[in-house]
Design a protein around this ligand. Structure first.
Ligand SMILES: Nc1ncnc2c1ncn2[C@@H]1O[C@H](COP(=O)(O)OP(=O)(O)OP(=O)(O)O)[C@@H](O)[C@H]1O
Ligand SMILES: [Mg+2]
Length: 250
């Protein structure tokens, strides 16, 4: 589904990604771990089409289609979803209206009719129940005054509504209390199917007890330096990044 080959990217004259290779197939969950500043959020932003970064070499394709010339919204319409490490606030736009617009824009871009209002309400009800989101919350302005955990949970709600082909979750676990972590993780697990794929960026093994990855990758200094199964996350927790650093220096 997602295929990244030899991706190099810079901001100004600073090279951040230094040759990333990653293959994610439908039905798979991949976790990306790595120290602060390694390039994890940069990689996520570039897949989603953030134009602040310059891709200097390599390719990103989704189901065989090259994404490089596509704007962020076109990528979203093709089913790429990114949940941000720091979600933005949009005053005056309610959670419900934001999601309604996003869904109908995507349908329009794929030559589908708008979702009928009653169906929209039904899906909103279903998905908010799945993520245990209070209905009152849905009429509030998007992210305005939301607590850190509420923002994260709301992003998973957007993901549940949009049913993306490829979801990238950047530190969705940070700032969630224990119950919210479990609810969000359960939500993600229920959304998993053999037709979509999920990439979770996280610092902590804890999240991966709930969202069990098929593969774990370590991003270090702009490169994926290690890949393995879910046991790699345990190994990292135990040994820390010095272990990776030492291996890199040999
Ligand atoms: N807009 C920017 N201007 C300058 N430097 C940037 C910019 N965006 C990213 N960087 C730099 O790129 C490097 C990678 O940042 P990135 O946010 O991808 O790291 P990360 O792996 O997500 O880290 P964390 O675990 O702390 O979230 C950092 O050194 C960061 O300072
Ligand atoms: Mg980050």
């Amino acid at each position: 589904m997602l295929s990244i080959r030899n991706l190099h990217a810079s901001i100004g004259d600073k090279e951040i990604l230094k040759g990333i290779n990653l293959e994610v197939k439908a039905g798979e969950i991949h976790a990306i771990m790595g120290p602060n500043g390694a390039g994890k959020s940069t990689l996520a932003s570039i897949i989603a089409g953030n134009e602040n970064y310059e891709v200097t070499a390599g390719e990103i394709s989704l189901d065989g289609e090259d994404l490089s010339e596509l704007a962020p919204e076109e990528r979203a319409h093709k089913g790429v979803f990114l949940s941000f490490q720091y979600p933005v606030e949009i005053p005056g736009v309610s959670v419900t209206n934001f999601i309604r617009t996003a869904i109908n824009e995507t349908r329009k871009a794929n030559s589908q009719e708008e979702m009928p209002a009653n169906e929209m309400l039904k899906v909103i009800r279903e998905k908010s129940e799945l993520l245990e989101i209070d209905r009152k919350f849905l009429s509030r302005s998007l992210n305005e005054g939301f607590s850190g955990g509420e923002k994260k949970r709301n992003e998973i709600f957007q993901m549940a509504m949009l049913e993306p082909k490829l979801a990238i979750l950047d530190e969705t676990d940070s700032g969630l209390d224990i119950d919210a972590l479990r609810i969000v993780a359960n939500g993600v697990n229920k959304l998993k199917s053999d037709k979509n794929a999920i990439v979770v960026i996280t610092h902590y093994q804890r999240l991966l007890d709930y969202i069990v990855p098929d593969f774990v990758h370590v991003l270090y200094n702009g490169k994926i330096v290690k890949s393995g199964g879910k046991e790699l996350a345990h190994e990292l927790e135990e040994k820390g990044y010095d272990w990776i650093k030492q291996e890199q220096e040999v």
